[in-house]
Design a binder for this molecule. Structure first.
Ligand code: NAI
Length: 385
């Protein structure tokens, strides 16, 4: 039974601790802030009260699971751990310092992982004396509920470690996918057009937010439209991710952020949590009815969908992940109704090509360039599955 050490008792660290504790692992959860540890422990107790009430666990099981987690304010407890997962603030220098510190305490065989969503694993590993034992293990929020886990070996990571971690992650009931150490990994890369293209359609005045959201939920089967979802995630988070992916991709125009979202971010209109984002959440304010113009709704849905498909296809073209992992990532990490490559087959590979070429020919912007994999597939009459 592996012993897990987790650094950072915030939203992610606490959730990851719960995942391992539920499967019988003993967990040491460390945070520099004692209050964070207290809060984490209390929240877990509340969670298990509810789970017992719903009869998901017995009282005894709930007690045992909670006792699997030891809340520690000293890293010495990490001398015994087999796997360390770091989930502290998203800051490279601070993460590097923590990895250096922890490496002095853990055993030589302990694996060191980061839950970072936007930093490269290579840059974190570079701070270590044994960088070959460093890997990315990226859980989604909330970790106990989201099945997907992205596993990210860095250039320094020893051969075989990703597979070893994959087996461990499967053993705690999660769905792991393996991805290259590139910006946004799979989900935060492939999902960008869902937001970016929706905003572009809005900025061009083709439709309003209500209509774009309605097109994606009614025709696409997405649980939330792009604007509802951005308001839900918060523009502080979503804008920052967009900006960091754009910078990390050496300013590839495909990932260019928008002024519309930047201004919301600057104004502090973060979305639901601040009462205002693309929508106004003040009491008594109703959303406008969306347009029922079927041709318009289809045009919006097709445009956003082919942009998403193109992003997934390009990630496959560049060997970021396997086609199965790309599809699993989007259905399990962001609840898309279908994997994008499977969706591409259904939509028709030639239709994807024609739609994107039409956008490219109209705008002459690099943003709309078709992934070569699609063009080749059309030539050879191929499908993804
Ligand atoms: P959070 O702010 O909820 O928690 C961070 C915790 O780390 C705090 O309790 C803080 O006291 C502690 N901490 C800060 N510096 C520390 C240090 N030097 N040593 C020990 N503890 C320290 O943050 P959250 O949301 O849990 O994110 C943590 C990491 O997970 C970040 O790298 C983030 O990018 C990543 N992540 C976040 C997701 C999210 O939706 N919140 C999803 C996936 C990954």
């Amino acid at each position: 039974m592996k012993k897990i050490g987790i650094i950072g008792g915030g939203a992610m660290g606490s959730g990851i601790a719960q995942v391992f504790a539920q499967k019988g692992h003993s967990v040491a959860l460390y945070d520099t802030n004692q209050e964070a540890l207290n809060r984490s422990k209390q929240n877990l107790a509340k969670t298990f009260e509810k789970l017992v009430a719903k009869e998901k666990y017995t009282e005894d099981q709930a007690k045992e699971i909670q006792e699997n987690i030891e809340y520690v304010s000293d890293l010495v407890a990490f001398a015994e751990v087999d796997l360390m997962i770091e989930a502290i603030v998203e800051n490279l220098e601070i993460k590097q310092t923590v990895f250096k510190q922890v490496e002095e305490i853990v055993s030589d065989t302990c694996i060191l992982a980061s839950n970072t969503s936007s930093l490269s694993i290579a840059s974190i590993a570079s701070a270590c004396t044994k960088p070959e034992r460093v890997i990315g293990i990226h859980f989604f929020n909330p970790a106990p509920l989201m099945a997907l886990v992205e596993i990210i070996p860095a250039v320094q990571t020893q051969e075989g470690l990703a597979e070893e971690i994959k087996t461990l992650i499967q053993s705690v009931g999660k769905l792991p996918v393996i991805t290259k150490d590139t910006p946004g990994f799979i989900v935060n890369r492939v999902a960008r057009p869902f937001y970016g293209e929706a905003i572009r359609i809005l900025e061009e005045g083709i439709a309003d937010t209500e209509t774009i959201d309605f097109a994606m939920t009614s025709l696409g089967g997405f649980r939330m439209g792009p604007f509802e979802l951005m308001d839900f995630i918060g523009h502080d988070v979503n804008y920052r991710v967009t900006e960091s992916v754009f910078e990390a991709f050496f300013y590839d125009p495909r990932f260019k952020p928008s002024f519309s979202q930047k201004r919301l971010f600057e104004a502090g209109y973060y979305g639901r949590k601040s009462g205002r984002g693309f929508y106004n959440y003040a009491e008594g304010i109703e959303k406008k009815a969306p347009s029922q113009d079927q041709a318009l709704l289809e045009k919006i849905y097709n445009r956003i969908l082919v942009m998403l498909i193109n992003e997934a296809a390009d990630a496959l073209f560049l060997n970021i992940a396997s086609k199965e992992d790309l599809d699993t990532a989007m259905t399990k990490g962001v609840n898309y109704p279908k994997g994008l490559l499977k969706w591409a087959d259904e939509y028709g590979i030639e239709n994807v090509k024609n739609d994107l070429d039409e956008l490219y020919n109209h705008y002459h912007e690099d943003r709309y360039r078709l992934s070569p994999i699609i063009r080749n597939m059309v030539k050879n009459n191929q499908t993804f599955y």
